[in-house]
Write a protein that binds this ligand. Structure first.
Ligand code: SF4
Length: 360
């Protein structure tokens, strides 16, 4: 069977240390092979074309190329940092919040991000759900009509074949309580050629005005927004799909107010809504990417006022053990007493704000 261009691109990913060495010198190959035992390697030709290999601090290089630092674990880091397994009533499904579930449709990704929070699953060649697992998932959804939103995740669900994606959508649409379907995917970032006309047709066929499909994608740096990515996003948005962005705050990659400002503004320009900026989950071997929460809150304070409200995401912490997400916020207003508040303007001016007494 003839491969589609995106499948050929997947076939041509860099997956071994020897292949990687053609782009960048590798000092200790044995240690690097150890790194790959914890988390496999894949970099797409598209992403390779965006990396400046002469710059060891290139942000896309840091996100894609394995480092020996991944073998250093801090005691606070966890195998399953957000408790996916603790809240999994049936295999390949996590039910953390009453109205929505995560379904791990595959553990394969086009590019294995070196900061991946789900590396305990994506890191090895884990088989995804088989037919009987899918039946169990559908039965669970039918038995739990309080679930109205399904998040297809993984791994990257858009690396599945068209027929597999269509089958998931068809089966989910048969469950009458499911109102919304989301895909969590880095394909628009790392493999934009995957957003084909046929994929768009499948997505459109499975939507109607009250059953939308959302794509939540994952751009972390403005350098990732190349012409091919912009075209892929345009195809999705023009088809009526709501596209949002979430991603972690990453040391050396985007822990800078100017970089974040540019990222959020450029995403908004291409009609992607910046949705969440995550505090990096406590996944094992990712400490070199971690930014202290205090710095993250300060970065968000700096962005307030400089970035239009329609482009400003919320900074979130996913609490370990599946306890859920909370926003991490700078306190711009503090109550003094009665109706008086001490407030801070976006430019840092300290002011007092008086509410009308009639409110009491
Ligand atoms: S695309 Fe998502 S699941 Fe896959 S490696 Fe990157 S962060 Fe992990």
């Amino acid at each position: 069977m003839e491969l589609e261009p995106w499948q050929t691109e997947l076939k041509n990913c860099v997956r071994t240390i020897d292949e990687l060495e053609q782009y960048i010198p590798i000092e200790n190959k044995e240690r690097m092979r150890e790194v790959l035992q914890n988390m496999r390697l894949s970099i797409t030709p598209h992403t390779l074309s965006l990396i400046d290999f002469k710059n060891p601090n290139d942000p896309i290089l840091l996100m894609s190329v394995p480092q020996e630092k991944e073998l250093t674990f801090s005691p606070e880091e966890l195998v399953d940092p957000i408790g996916d397994e603790a809240k999994s009533p049936v295999p390949f499904l996590t039910h953390r919040y009453p109205d929505r579930v995560l379904i791990y449709a595959t553990f394969f990704c086009s590019l294995f991000c070196r900061f991946c929070f789900r590396r305990f699953k994506t890191g090895e060649a884990n088989p995804g759900p088989v037919k009987s697992d899918i039946e169990n998932i559908i039965d669970y959804l039918i038995e739990h009509p309080e679930v109205e939103e399904v998040i297809l995740t993984g791994g990257d669900p858009l690396t599945l074949l068209d027929a597999q994606i269509e089958e998931w959508l068809r089966r989910l649409r048969e469950v009458s309580s499911i109102r919304r379907i989301r895909f969590h995917t880095r394909v628009p970032v790392n493999l934009p050629s995957r957003i084909t006309d046929n994929l768009i047709s499948i997505l459109k066929r499975c939507m109607d005005p009250i059953h939308p499909i959302f794509i939540v994608t994952h751009f972390n740096h403005p350098n990732e927004i190349a012409p091919e990515n912009i075209a892929a996003i345009a195809r999705l948005v023009d088809a009526g799909i709501v596209v949002r962005n979430q991603g972690p705050l990453l040391k050396g990659v985007n822990d800078d107010a100017g970089v974040l400002e540019e990222l959020f503004k450029r995403l908004t320009d291409i009609r992607v809504v910046p949705y969440y900026l995550h505090q990096l989950d406590l996944a094992k071997g990712t400490n070199h990417f971690r930014v202290p929460i205090e710095e993250g809150i300060e970065l968000m304070r700096q962005l307030q006022g400089n970035v239009t409200g329609i482009a400003l995401p919320r900074y979130m912490l996913d609490i370990p053990a599946g306890k859920g997400k909370i926003p991490l916020v700078y306190e711009f207003a503090k109550k003094i007493e009665g109706n008086s508040w001490k407030i801070e303007s976006p430019s840092g001016e300290k002011l007092e704000y008086q509410e009308p007494n009639s409110l009491n």
